[in-house]
Write a protein of this length. Structure first.
Length: 266
């Protein structure tokens, strides 16, 4: 079950910002372990090379490609390189994203635009340039990543652009799913909750002005009904399911990976 033999997958954000397993890195490795040949994109060449080294070191096939997924020309070139390298495309995983703090009154317009580019435009461009190839190999699948931050809002730490852009990912996914359902291209969204990935130590600690990473991790764990944050592998397994043939009758929907946060009453 959940085998991807003969499939070609393209994963964006397949590197990691620091030691450990980010969502994209874990996803790329897991898809390869399940039989897919994986074309790995990241803006950081060293980070994506590390992911590919893990995959090839385990005897699987992968290719690294440096790409800024907010630039249409670079995304188009990356998709074409993937097809040239592996002969086609069956699975697209749009994983790139990041949050910036700020409310509607306080956030600079430049920050809003940058968030829309990173979190929503990147998904649009991935779908735009991959869809002709996915249609040619249907049945095929797109899995986009949103965030629990688009469903639950913080009173003391607004991130208006992140929430709006990630909610846009859900709408984009539903639109793509309905447009291409009869053609055999499924499109779904994974919604991670509070996750313990390298982003916590390497971005959130600084962003939140925290002095103690362990204290921040403990605070985030306490917010999860299951008592602990998930990690990149929890997200990766959700992506694998939605990309696999076992999810053949699932499209236009969302899979929450949040340890129960969205179900808890405030």
């Amino acid at each position: 079950m959940l085998r991807l033999d003969g499939k070609v997958a393209l994963v964006t954000g397949a590197g990691s910002v620091g030691p450990g397993w980010g969502n994209g890195k874990a996803t790329a490795v897991l898809l390869a372990r399940q039989g897919a040949r994986v074309f790995c994109l990241d803006i950081n060449p060293a980070a994506v090379a590390e992911t590919v080294a893990i995959i090839t070191g385990e005897g699987h096939e992968a290719q690294a490609h440096a790409c800024d997924v907010t630039r249409s020309d670079e995304v188009r070139e990356a998709v074409e390189a993937c097809v040239a390298r592996f002969g086609g495309l069956d699975i697209l995983v749009n994983n790139v994203g990041g949050s910036a703090p700020g409310g509607a009154a306080s956030m600079p317009e430049e920050a809003w635009d940058a968030q829309m580019d990173m979190n929503l435009r990147s998904v649009f461009l991935g779908c735009k340039h991959a869809l002709p190839h996915l249609l040619a190999r249907a049945p095929s699948a797109i899995v986009n990543l949103a965030s629990i931050a688009c469903l639950r809002m913080s009173e003391d730490r607004p991130h208006v652009a992140y929430s709006a852009s990630k909610h846009g990912v859900i709408a984009l996914s539903k639109s793509v799913a309905m447009e291409h359902a009869r053609a055999g291209v499924r499109c779904n969204t994974v919604i991670p909750g509070l996750m313990h990935t390298p982003l916590v130590e390497h971005r959130l600690v600084r962003q939140l002005g925290a002095n103690d990473a362990a204290a921040l991790i403990a605070k985030r764990d306490a917010q999860v009904p299951m008592g602990k944050m998930g990690d990149g592998w929890d997200v990766a397994h959700a992506v694998l399911f939605l990309a696999s043939g076992e999810a053949r009758h699932i499209t236009g929907t969302e899979l929450l990976v949040d340890g129960g946060i969205s179900a808890r009453m405030p």
